[in-house]
Design a protein around this ligand. Structure first.
Ligand code: PLP
Length: 398
């Protein structure tokens, strides 16, 4: 197979990178600390059911976020399911379609209808001015998603929620370590949900957590994630199994010890991409507000095909041919995935901004697995693709 650079006679016959560069390659903290913790857990023979590492992880996360309660779970999807059930959501819930499918599935799984709302093209987050128009007598809540870790318009959503008596959950899967108006994410709405999946900059292999300042809600969520057990032989709610186990919590604790390094690496890389992609017509790197804390984990580029002369999808093809596994996000949008595509075939007409953005966005590799030289090369490939793309892109087979 001819690579892109090969066709431009820049490198003869090899890819720019020997090894594949992935988006979401896991960051891993101190191996020795992790293995010691795992050994301790095994020696203790307390492997799950609210073990000491889970308790310590929850306490550390509460300290880190400033939230009164942080309840860890097996993943963010189950956390979203549990929190929406604990809040009594039913009927319809307003969500963006520009999100990972789990945001919608967590509702639909409980036969709650996700009503897709369009986004603000500047922020990529749910557009509060369009939320009001989606409210019906069946609406019970709103799930805002802090896409790329950049917070939703929390104040506007809060006002709408209060005015219409709606519950508000934030899917903060991307937003661990970020702030909104100087306050750590984890303190807004009725609850916020983090993901610690391996692809997130801060991971516990799999994992998630609900953060809330509501005592009663926290208590209910704790029961629900453990089958509804309020004590031995005493089940007082319908519940499920959302428990995190000790090995996962050991990874979470170890990741937390390195979180500053992960953040610093992401920030350094973001600045390198900013420099490398500046002045590239039609290529717009998503900017983070540096007055806030950001985790900088997503390097997001919007491709304007009219200006670049090359489509986002062809750019992705070129990058893949060089072993840069850039990803389209959140392509094609939840409303275009089953079962929603069949349930609401006309949804796309109500989501023009979502439709446009899913055709423009690509995400580049970041994290501790990517270095300065690699970023410089990725930016050079993109520059070449924009300058010379149409010459060879049609011949490229990947
Ligand atoms: C926005 C969003 N919500 C929810 C999830 C689900 O998280 P988990 O994989 O921990 O269930 C993800 C995971 O990628 C996500 O990006």
């Amino acid at each position: 197979m001819k690579t892109y650079l090969d066709q431009l006679a820049i490198f003869g016959g090899t890819t720019a990178f020997e090894k594949k560069l992935h988006v979401g390659r896991p960051n891993i903290g101190d191996h020795t600390r992790l293995l010691d913790r795992i050994e301790n857990a095994i020696n203790r023979r307390w492997l799950t059911n609210n073990g000491p590492y889970v308790q310590e992880f929850e306490a550390r996360l509460a300290e880190f976020t400033g939230a009164k309660h942080v309840i860890v779970m097996s993943n963010a999807t189950i956390a979203l399911e549990i929190v929406s059930r604990a809040l009594g959501l039913s009927g319809e819930v307003i969500v963006p379609s520009f999100t990972f499918i789990a945001t919608a599935h967590a509702l639909q799984w409980q036969e709650i209808t996700p009503v897709f709302c369009d986004i603000d093209p500047k922020t990529h987050n749910i557009d509060p001015s369009k939320v009001e128009a989606s409210i019906t007598p069946r609406t019970s809540g709103i799930v805002g998603v802090h896409v790329w870790g950049r917070p939703c318009d929390v104040d506007a959503l809060q006002k709408i929620g209060q005015h219409h008596g709606l519950k508000i959950i934030y899917d903060a899967a991307h937003a661990f370590g970020c702030t909104h108006k100087g306050r750590m994410i984890g303190n807004s709405g009725d609850a916020e949900v983090f993901s610690f999946h391996a692809t997130k900059f801060f991971n516990s292999f799999e994992g998630g957590a609900v953060a809330t300042n509501d005592d009663e809600l926290a208590q209910k969520i704790r029961l629900m994630k453990n089958f509804g057990f309020a004590g031995t032989d005493n089940v007082i709610y319908i519940g499920t199994n959302g428990k995190m186990h000790e090995i996962t919590a050991a990874m979470g604790l170890t990741s937390l010890e390195s979180v500053d390094t992960f953040l610093a690496t992401n920030y350094r890389n973001y600045k390198l991409y900013q420099e490398g992609l500046s002045d590239l017509p039609g290529i717009q790197l998503l900017q983070y507000n540096e007055d806030e804390k950001n985790n900088y984990q997503y390097i997001v580029v919007e491709v304007d095909e009219v200006q670049t002369g090359i489509s986002r999808d062809d750019l992705v093809k070129i990058l893949w041919s060089e072993n840069v596994l850039a990803r389209r996000y959140f392509y094609p949008g939840c409303h275009q995935a089953e079962p929603y595509r069949s349930y609401y075939p006309h949804a796309r007409l109500l989501l023009p901004e979502t439709e446009k953005l899913t055709q423009r966005v690509l995400v580049l590799p970041n994290g501790t697995a990517v270095g300065a030289a690699e970023i410089s090369m990725i930016c050079q490939i993109m520059r070449l693709a924009v300058e010379r793309g149409p010459e060879v892109v049609l011949k490229l087979q990947v």
